[in-house]
Design a protein around this ligand. Structure first.
Ligand code: PLP
Length: 375
């Protein structure tokens, strides 16, 4: 049987990994500035993560949501404390797309409306409503296109107000910092206006924190760099440090009748332990302030790099926007210097999404390699 083609793959076969380093089948070591697409938050095979998951496996790996699972209560309490969002309810699922799918569905239940506003260059996942709200017609089927989605320019308050004035909008879904779209940032004032306008027009503001959440930008959630309070927040990626898990945070004003949402695997014992460990390590190793500090280091090291137009992003959700297309440079970094980096819709942007405990010396290695290629 052949595998279904997903994205183009690099010709590298990782077999083990530790911290920010990945080792392939030939024994070569690679510096991971990509984190498996912003997934590795506390580092590969963190000792606490390995120990806790192994211990949990010895006890019970899974039981469905038809029984009590105190790990879920513990997780909700810890997540509330860590994010400062104690008043929200938590729904646990398995991925980013699933979190957004459920968020859009909840918004529609709550408002009784169905139209969605999303933004140019957005990416929200590949399930039905999530992909319909993704600005990439090549992956939207005719079935997905049954969802009615309006795409607006980011940071354009007048356009948003105008669209909301028609009164039939159920949800506005926004990435505080676009990932796949190329690190376009929603301005703090725009998120605050979005929250206000949504309240005024009985629509739900959904912050998609699938990529930007769990400390990646130096705040627990990226919208927290503003004063905005979303109705719903979605998360995944860094939440499980590689264990597939996702979640939806739901403001108490939003309808949350029992049985509206459900899942077989969501919130299983292993997923809860993975997320609880991530939360513990983020605190113990002070990784949120560390991400902010590493951004400063990164920006300083980037000064004077030939061809650099600007450093984009926040915390450790960063990118180097060059005055040329970076595909070849990315290959050289990988095959010559053994450094993983990311790409995006913006062909001139080299994306940097390392584990949050990356050290200054690793960033120095990266810039040393970059200079060798560009000077
Ligand atoms: N939302 C954002 C902002 C993402 O970056 C992604 C994935 O890249 C998704 C949603 C979809 O997440 P998943 O691949 O876990 O379904």
């Amino acid at each position: 049987m052949e595998l279904f083609d997903v994205y183009p793959r690099f010709n590298i076969t990782p077999v083990s990994a530790k911290g920010c380093w990945v080792t392939d089948v030939k024994g070569d070591r690679y510096l991971d500035l990509y984190g498996g697409h912003a997934v590795i938050s506390i580092g590969h095979s963190h000792p606490q993560y390995v120990r806790n998951l192994k211990n949990q496996l010895d006890k019970i790996a899974f039981y469905s949501n038809s029984v009590q699972n105190p790990l879920q209560e513990e997780l909700a309490a810890h997540l509330g404390r860590a994010s400062g969002l104690e008043a929200y309810q938590l729904f646990l699922c398995n991925s980013g797309a699933e979190a957004n799918e459920n968020a859009l569905k909840l918004a529609s239940f709550h408002t009784g409306k169905s139209k969605v506003i999303a933004f140019k260059n957005s990416f929200h996942g590949r399930t039905s409503a999530a992909v319909a709200a993704t600005d990439n017609p090549s992956i939207i089927s005719r079935l997905n296109a049954l969802h009615q989605v309006i795409f607006l320019p980011l940071n354009d308050v007048a356009a948003l107000e105008n669209a909301l004035n028609k009164k039939d909008i159920s949800a506005v879904i926004l990435e505080p910092i676009q990932g796949v779209g190329g690190l376009e940032m929603a301005e703090a004032s725009f998120m605050e206006e979005t929250a206000r306008l949504c309240r005024e027009h009985q629509a739900v503001f959904i912050a998609d924190e699938v990529q930007s959440g769990f400390g990646r930008t130096g705040a627990f959630f990226a919208f927290q760099h503003s004063e905005a309070a979303p109705g719903i927040i979605t998360m995944a990626k860094g939440m499980g440090n590689g264990f597939p898990t996702g979640g939806v945070l739901i403001h108490p004003d939003i309808e949350s009748r029992a049985g509206l949402l459900g899942t077989t695997f969501g919130g299983n014992h292993l997923a809860c332990v993975a997320t609880l460990t991530v939360l513990n390590v983020l605190e113990q190793e002070q990784l949120l302030p560390h991400a902010t500090q590493m951004e400063v280091v990164f920006r300083t090291l980037a000064e004077g790099i030939p061809g650099l137009k600007q450093v984009r992003g926040k915390g450790l959700m960063l990118g180097l926007e060059m005055d040329f297309q970076v595909a070849e440079l990315r290959k050289k970094l990988l095959y010559t210097h053994r450094i993983f980096t990311g790409n995006s819709k913006n062909k001139n942007l080299l994306r940097i999404l390392p584990p949050l405990n990356i050290e200054e010396k690793d960033l120095e290695l990266f810039f040393h390699a970059l200079k060798k290629e560009l000077l």
